[in-house]
Design a protein around this ligand. Structure first.
Ligand code: FAQ
Length: 321
């Protein structure tokens, strides 16, 4: 990726861009432009919030999983998502923002989380569709982010991607079991695909022509691919998987372009996307209220931990003094 042409860049900024262009990693104590720092905080913070809010639609099904094995798998998946959130909050903290500040910005709507988690999970088949499509879309986006220019983010992504791949497989396995099950089970699997297909396409963000941050983020290697590139890759990989399941992608316009080898597909409803990212999706209020309640209910734990930490550091000071 070539640097963005800008004659206004200072020498320090030119040297910084040259490091990125050479493929060097930027580490927390290195000099970086303020806008690079801010954009990383925005993206990593949004990513962290997505992992944490993303626990809610699946957590909803832990007590209703159909077998003990499915329940154990789902429980482990939801715990993994919490872990991903924690690595990502730690990565963002290296940029000089605190976790409390990030939570405050989530709760007051100044920071976003992925649009996908504002849709409800209505049946057990949705656990299959979320694993297969949502984790599938997440991997498509996150595998390239293992090469992102900011060291702590790139390193966090390595473990996250391994776990997301496992999640995607367990989701696909649920879909396979249901697609090969009774007529009613197959109908549920199809219904879940119908409801999650377009929201999964929206996860990659607006089309390139409307993306605000892509050009600069790609020049800085905060993003490795454009939104449309990744969306196309996701469609190309997922359509044959749906065929294998015997399910139909809910898109009349879907067709393989034999010249390019890529599928042509219908765009999601971008008006719906904007409604959802601006707080007006089917579950935005419910999700945010659940997070705010968890924060408020956890206040006594944070206070207790801080009191303990303060007591320890006071003791240490006395010992040193
Ligand atoms: N949802 O200029 P762009 C997961 C916002 S992890 C909400 O194209 P950018 C794991 C965007 O922030 C899923 N908002 O923005 C899991 C910006 O608004 P702002 C999360 C969206 O940053 C699985 C505005 O629109 N993954 O699912 C969305 O270059 C299962 C303009 O957009 C990541 O966060 C959206 N879908 O590209 C957990 C990956 N799309 O900030 C549990 C890292 C766009 O100016 C269960 N993030 N917006 O107010 C990225 O790669 C990028 O941030 C994009 C957006 C691709 C999401």
């Amino acid at each position: 990726m070539a640097s963005t042409e800008n004659t206004e860049l200072s020498e320090q900024e030119i040297a910084f861009q040259a490091r990125i262009d050479r493929g060097e990693k930027i580490e927390p104590k290195d000099w970086m432009p303020d806008a690079y720092r801010r954009s990383l905080i925005r993206q990593i913070g949004q990513h962290a919030h997505s992992e944490i809010v993303g626990q809610l639609p699946e957590g909803n099904w832990i007590t209703r999983a159909p077998t003990l094995e499915r329940k154990a798998n789902l429980l482990a998946k939801v715990q993994d998502e919490a872990g991903h959130g924690l690595y990502l909050y730690c990565a963002a903290e290296t940029l000089g923002i605190t976790r409390d500040e990030m939570f405050e910005m989530l709760h007051n709507g100044k920071m976003k989380y992925s649009s996908i988690f504002n849709y409800p999970t209505l049946t057990w088949a949705d656990m299959g569709a979320v694993g297969w499509l949502v984790d599938g879309a997440a991997i498509m986006n996150q595998v390239p982010l293992q090469r992102t220019s900011y060291g702590p983010y790139a390193r966090a992504m390595v473990r996250i991607c391994k776990e997301e791949s496992f999640h995607q497989r367990q989701g696909f396995h649920i879909m396979m079991t249901m697609s090969n099950g009774s007529g009613e089970q197959k109908r549920m699997a199809q219904d879940a695909l119908n409801r999650f297909w377009y929201p999964a396409l929206m996860m990659f963000g607006p089309s390139d022509k409307d993306s605000v941050h892509s050009a600069q983020s790609m020049a800085w290697k905060i993003k490795m691919n454009s939104n449309d590139e990744l969306r196309q890759k996701f469609v190309d990989e997922t359509v044959p998987q749906a065929e294998y399941l015997g399910l139909t992608i809910p898109d009349d316009q879907l067709s393989l372009d034999s010249d390019t080898g890529h599928y042509r597909f219908s765009e999601p409803d971008w008006e719906e996307f904007h409604q959802v990212i601006n707080g007006n999706g089917p579950c935005n209020e419910e999700r945010l209220n659940a997070r705010i309640k968890a924060w408020d209910d956890g206040a006594w734990v944070r206070e207790g931990m801080m009191a303990h930490a303060n007591k320890r550091s006071a003791k240490k000071q006395v010992a040193v003094g």
